[in-house]
Design a protein around this ligand. Structure first.
Ligand code: AQP
Length: 328
């Protein structure tokens, strides 16, 4: 059985982008893959986080993973900082990374742009991400489009390590969904939807109340031409809403464009909001059952033990290959 690994940062409440671009695919993949899903809290602290909010977001993310349908009997769910092998191999991967290649990462450029006092960890986060993936002999990494560049770097670092030290790492493949790989911001459809965007109108949180979802979608930026058709260049706002509507209703974009011929944006937005609300409702209900439960903690405890056991084997191999510690 092939192995998959993917992580999500607890850097805010998850957005519809995280759900449609990543999480929903995890649920399908767990059926026929050995799966590891990680709450990458060490990635989240590469930018400032409020300590209490971070703690809350970690548990909230764990509850969401289960609420969307992740089955702890089939998949391992754990918190990155609870498995020390991640930081340990992360350091070793930094030692095979070049500053130049890290500086070329688009996400580093975006997140550091105009900021004062950028942490060095923002630059070195991709080698930690490489470690996350390589520790589990991962075959496939399901992610949204924005992570493609980091995945390419992971493959390069793994190949470099294998070539320089010993051939121990599996070279992972990236799996990007055909539709929904880049859900765009509602206020600026040329930018991706992001949970850490300071403007909450730009994203739909997976825990937003129905009235809030309606309001956000109604005020989503579109264009003045009334035709509803998919055209990312000319009509990025409407194309984004069509993608969201299609994925939430499981109707194709072709079907939707036919259904909405001659119908105005107002009705289209109303129905898009209803489709999103209907899709999120069972997830939100399950989330509220789980969030304060002991069940959630036992799932994370079991996940930690299993992940630790698995990761430790690869960590030892990597240490041996690099000559760290003692030979006994
Ligand atoms: N807008 C998006 N459309 C499709 N997929 C997306 N993902 C993120 N945004 C979109 C995918 O969600 C997974 C988890 O992402 P992450 O939390 O680890 O970090 P990110 O990619 O940086 O996501 P955010 O929401 O933008 O977080 P912040 O704001 O903290 O940086 C990944 O598979 C990602 O591709």
């Amino acid at each position: 059985m092939k192995r998959i690994f993917s992580g999500i940062q607890p850097s805010g409440t998850l957005t519809l982008g995280n759900y449609l671009g990543a999480m929903t695919h995890f649920v399908d993949l767990q059926e026929d893959h050995e799966s590891f899903f990680c709450i990458v809290d060490q990635h989240a602290i590469t930018v400032p986080q409020d300590r209490l909010a971070l703690r809350k977001n970690i548990l909230s993310l764990a509850a969401l993973y289960i609420a969307v349908g992740l089955d702890p009997k089939k998949a391992t769910l754990f918190i990155q900082s609870e498995v020390p092998a991640h930081a340990q191999l992360g350091w070793m991967m930094q030692c095979v990374s070049y500053i130049g290649e890290l500086e070329r990462m688009t996400q580093f450029k975006d997140k550091s742009d105009g900021q004062e006092g950028v942490s060095s960890a923002l630059l070195t986060y991709p080698p930690l991400m490489a470690a996350d993936i390589l520790l589990y002999n991962t075959d496939i990494v399901p992610v949204g489009e924005d992570q493609k560049q980091h995945l390419e770097l992971t493959r390069n670092l793994a190949e470099r390590f294998n070539h320089k030290y010993n051939d121990i790492f599996t070279i992972p493949e990236v799996r990007i969904p055909k539709q929904g790989a880049r859900i765009m911001s509602l206020t600026d459809p040329l930018k991706k939807m992001s949970k850490s965007n300071p403007n909450p109108k730009s994203y739909i949180s997976m825990l937003d109340e129905p009235a809030v979802i309606k309001k956000k979608i109604k005020s989503a930026v579109t264009d003045s031409d009334p035709e509803i058709r998919y055209d990312e260049k000319e009509k990025p706002g409407i194309s984004n809403l069509l993608t969201i509507y299609s994925l939430c209703s499981r109707k194709t974009i072709e079907e939707l464009t036919k259904d909405y011929q001659g119908i105005g944006y107002g009705q289209f937005k109303e129905d898009t909001a209803d489709a999103v609300i209907a899709r999120l409702k069972p997830i939100q209900d399950r989330y509220h059952e789980l969030i304060d439960s002991e069940e959630l903690h036992s799932i994370l405890d079991e996940g930690k033990d299993h992940a630790h056991h698995t990761a430790q084997k690869m960590l030892k191999k990597a240490e041996k290959a690099m000559g760290l510690g003692r030979k006994r």
